[in-house]
Design a binder for this molecule. Structure first.
Ligand code: SF4
Length: 668
């Protein structure tokens, strides 16, 4: 029973149908013209259709001088945006949702070269930005007034477009939040030095917006409760500061958050981050707000359990709960809660790999567990058409690609048999979930299996079919998703002349998969070679450290994992691996393994370097497709497809996407 979470909430003059919301998040959908586009409209409409109460758009620039990374944000201060925004608002509202435009000035967290011409970044004081290491100059009073004017103009356009309200982004280290921060605001005029002074500019902007839109239009603020840096603002100061903003009587809601670019994990917590981590301070803030005005407060912060979300609302600790990645992973989350279909929910596994990581490399967001995310126009729920001719499909391999293909085929009305050689479904996801602090990866095979069984897919475990048996099976279509096996050659792409490092065939050389399948076979001292640059190596290192092994990691890269450079691209916080005593050597590789000795060499000089001694050697060197069955079926069965790792080992998000395509019969 989620009666509190699913009860309506009045905000200003707007009634929202439930307490579930989606916070503003960058999606990378904009091609550069800064206008709302179809991709955005379909994305938001899909979530409104799925029952969410309140959607806050991605932040939109309010001022020509506000620049973000790339050109992915809408520019709300352009009048041309109204027409497309109107379509987005109507699409959301037609499904009973409410939508608010979030207004931003990037300030020092912008990029001076993001637009065609160079723009000097503006900040409260002359400072170096923690985001991109660029300098920003101290703003003049005239510039501050100009920014407030542009916020007001953008709010006016938002109102004209039909938004239910606007939200002023006063958090996450953007311009207004830096005014609110004693770390960055070093001004000696009436805008710095005291709590009353640091709120002055944010209040001026708020006042201009309120004057422009009138008393009846919803205006909310998003505030940071904690800068999450050692000398930054914490909950005490944030609470007092928020009081002053609310005391103006111009605020219709407060959306509480935390973190800046200097503390990104706090903004977008990886899977091992404590759940509900802002709730305690949030409850205090809630109380302070209540003492100032009768307006609601929204809370965020790795809230994943709807029962706890319901309890938060019931206890009065918050009035609305933001579960944004939950909604990316399953746009129908709210309706499934409402209709008692919890067993059909696709849970976010907190991997950050398709939502955040894709954004970090300049792609639009998607989702590992929901490959339709960001692609709703083509793959949204409304596009899942029944099969023209229901047939009997055989899917071979119960890993993520095969499971997804089988489920989508079944949802489209086909009869489906899914065979798996092992004794459980899930493939390598089951191993990934064994890595420390990645338990949530196990949600994915669990959710898929639950849905497969509910949908009536015939699942046959411990079943390994050969080509004759597949041919005799007589299916109308066959999908081979037999996965991959780990490489154990020691070959590295920087050493193409070597295709097997001497000694790699010794019994004491194991793959990461062998380690996770049979950890008791690993000796006490381990040297782990990371050729893959992936998360598997560091995850396996931590797995072994937790079991009391001594681990030395050798990487051919100039950092332990290239992924670490993308600080958001992480399912877990790797700091713990180092705290647990990992030793390592970078820019190096293994020349040979001989018994218990590995000779390393430096990849730049090609000179031999260290000799490391170990009881076991472990290699993370990627995978090779397991496609022998597919090869032997060529020409023997019709309508044959090979998907997932069996075609080419790739990241999880790509093989599940391919499974979806196979299920929709969209593969060549
Ligand atoms: Fe969650 Fe991963 Fe999907 Fe992001 S990509 S929403 S973290 S499951």
């Amino acid at each position: 029973d989620y009666s509190h979470l699913l009860s309506p909430l009045k905000i200003g003059n707007v009634t929202v149908r439930n307490r579930l919301m989606q916070t503003a998040h960058a999606k990378g959908f904009h091609a550069g013209n800064g206008l709302t586009n179809d991709r955005d409209i379909y994305y938001q409409a899909e979530r409104a259709k799925g029952g969410i109460g309140l959607i806050v758009t991605g932040a939109r620039h309010t001022h020509p001088q506000s620049t973000g990374p790339g050109r992915t944000l809408a520019r709300g201060n352009r009048e041309e945006i109204i027409e497309r925004d109107r379509e987005m608002c109507q699409a959301v509202q037609a499904h009973g949702g409410r939508i608010v435009a979030q207004l931003i000035h990037f300030g020092p967290q912008g990029r001076s070269g993001a637009l065609d011409d160079y723009r000097v970044l503006w900040g409260p004081s002359t400072m170096k930005s923690p985001a991109y290491n660029e300098w920003a100059k101290e703003m003049t009073k005239a510039e501050m007034d100009e920014v407030s004017e542009h916020f007001a103009l953008t709010a006016r356009y938002s109102k004209e477009a039909g938004f239910d309200g606007v939200e002023l982004h006063y958090s996450h280290g953007y311009l207004h939040q830096q005014f609110l921060s004693f770390v960055y605001n070093k001004r000696t005029d009436e805008y710095g030095g005291s709590l009353e002074n640091i709120v002055r500019f944010p209040i001026e902007t708020l006042r201009r917006v309120r004057e422009e839109v009138g008393p009846d239009f919803m205006v909310g603020i998003r505030v940071s409760m904690d800068e999450c840096t050692v000398d930054g603002m914490h909950a005490d100061q944030a609470t007092e500061m928020t009081r002053l903003l609310v005391r103006t009587g111009m605020v219709d809601y407060v959306s509480a958050t935390a973190g800046t670019y200097a503390a990104h994990a706090d903004q977008i917590p990886p899977g091992d981050y404590p759940e509900n981590w802002l709730v305690k301070d949030g409850a205090r803030l809630r109380q302070a707000i209540r003492e100032e005005a009768d307006i609601p407060m929204f809370i965020v912060g790795h809230i994943v359990d709807p029962k706890e979300a319901d309890q938060l609302v019931a206890s009065g600790a918050a009035d609305m709960v933001a579960m944004t990645r939950t909604q990316i992973a399953d746009p129908e989350f709210a309706n499934k809660l409402r209709d008692g279909r919890e067993d059909e929910i696709n849970h976010c596994i907190r991997c950050n790999q398709a939502c955040i990581a894709r954004l970090m490399v300049g792609n639009a967001i998607s989702c590992v567990v929901n490959p339709a995310a960001g692609r709703e126009r083509r793959f949204g729920a409304h596009t899942l058409a029944p099969a023209a001719t229901p047939a009997h499909w055989l899917v071979i391999g119960g890993g993520p690609a095969g499971m997804k293909a089988a489920l989508v085929l079944r949802q489209r009305g086909h009869r489906v048999t899914l065979v798996e050689a092992g004794d459980r479904l899930g493939g390598q996801l089951n191993l990934a979930a064994r890595l420390p602090r990645r338990e949530k990866f196990g949600f994915l095979p669990r959710d898929l299996e639950r849905q497969l069984r509910k949908a009536g897919v015939d699942i046959q475990l411990n079943t390994r079919l050969n080509a004759d048996q597949v041919a005799a099976f007589g299916a109308d279509g066959v999908i081979v998703a037999t996965g991959s096996r780990p490489l154990k050659t020691g070959f590295t792409s920087t050493r193409p002349a070597v295709d097997r490092v001497p000694g790699m065939d010794q019994d004491n050389v194991l793959s990461v998969v062998e380690v996770l399948e049979n950890p008791d076979a690993v000796g006490r001292r381990v040297v782990l070679f990371d050729e893959d640059g992936g998360r598997y190596a560091l995850g396996t290192a931590e797995f072994l450290l937790d079991r009391g092994h001594q681990v030395h990691l050798v990487s051919r890269f100039n950092a332990l994992s290239p992924n670490l450079a993308l600080t958001l691209d992480l399912p877990v916080n790797y700091r713990h691996v180092f705290e647990k005593g990992l030793e390592y050597t970078i820019n190096s590789w293994v020349r040979s393994v001989d018994g218990q000795r590995a000779q390393l060499f430096n990849l730049f000089t090609d000179k031999n370097s260290e000799v490391l001694e170990a009881d076991s050697f472990v290699i993370a060197a990627g995978h090779t497709a397991e496609n022998a069955l597919y090869q032997s079926l060529q020409g023997r069965v019709s309508n044959l497809h090979c998907i997932g790792d069996a075609l080419l080992p790739r990241p999880l998000q790509d093989v599940i996407y391919e499974g979806m395509l196979a299920g929709r019969e969209l593969l060549d």
